[in-house]
Design a protein around this ligand. Sequence first.
Ligand code: PLP
Length: 385
Amino acid sequence: MSTPVYLDNAATTPLDSRVLEAMLPHLGGRRGNASSLHASGAAALDAVEEARASVAAFMGAEPGEIFFTSGGTEADNIAVLGLAAASPENQHLVVSRIEHPAVRQAAEHLGRIGYEVSWIGVNEEGRVDPEEFAAALRPDTALAAVMWANNEVGTVQPVEELAVICEQRGVPLHVDAVQAAGRIRIDLGSVPIATLAISGHKLYGPQGVGALYVRRGVEVRPTVFGGGQEQGLRSGTHNVAGIAGLGEAARLAAEELDVRVAHEEALRDRILDGVCSIPGVRLNGHARERLSNNAHLYVEGVEAEGLVLLCDAIGFEIGSGSACASGGHKASSVLLAMGFDEQEAFSVVRVTVGKDTSEQEIDGFVEAFATAVARLRELSPLYAG
Ligand code: PLP
């Protein structure tokens, strides 16, 4: 059987072979602990610091503002819980309704232990209204959190504007940039974001490694305790190979960003041209303010899981909603926040291209998708069209 066409790059991206090359010396042979004083330890520490410089350059930050973590989830948790812990006199949070569970559930946890959370809604395109956001900020707001781009529908938020509002009001803003990183150029020198999370495996880097940016002067209290690595903010022996991989992935992403985005946008639009002419198929999220690689589709009369499995059976791997949220059978809170009803929320699929996806693959997908939708509709008692 031939290799399936992978169109689920929002769930995880393939590991770039150049990234693997950068990791290999730290996986086999001589291996040091970056905290050890001997030469093997020093070599490991050099690799960690080189990666830190590369991740910092990737987002316009200083190396001392970058903290390595075990991924996007941990970076989000450290930021939300650690910013809250840094100002215990302030017991109020402002959080968008479309956050990834890594932020949403950390905020819900704070809600259970006495914080008040103001949840900020979105319009039908999935965008936060800056005026509504500004109105929710209070003198006792410990932090605000809005993701840069949504992992399900791909809508990009007006983060620069929200960051300025937060700065003026003296509230630290946490931004989950896990999906945006590598697709939107991030320059933290010119956007006053307090903390920002990225993840290696959405950037053609390894899984299980990420980074948290903490602006100099912003206090984030640790929530993980141990050997004091990462300036005491994230204790634990460094994942040297993973960190080296993230560093190389960030370096390549910075260098290739414009080419990757142009390539992805052309393929995404090729998908939309191909599938939106099928009756009852439409794009969800914002038409323009959206990630270069994301085509999130509502397919009337079709149950998403069936469509994903049928596409898989004929050689195309796509996502149903969000991989991180799948497994349970609950309607996506992002789609409900955008005004979908429960039934509509189960009729969506997420098709996400990558830097190595080809036009030929997209043309094959468009044809297969049309066939799969027609076949499922024939069987569906729900579809009258
Ligand atoms: N935030 C967003 C927006 C994501 O899409 C994901 C993963 O899908 C995460 C956070 C979690 O990152 P990780 O898988 O590295 O824990």
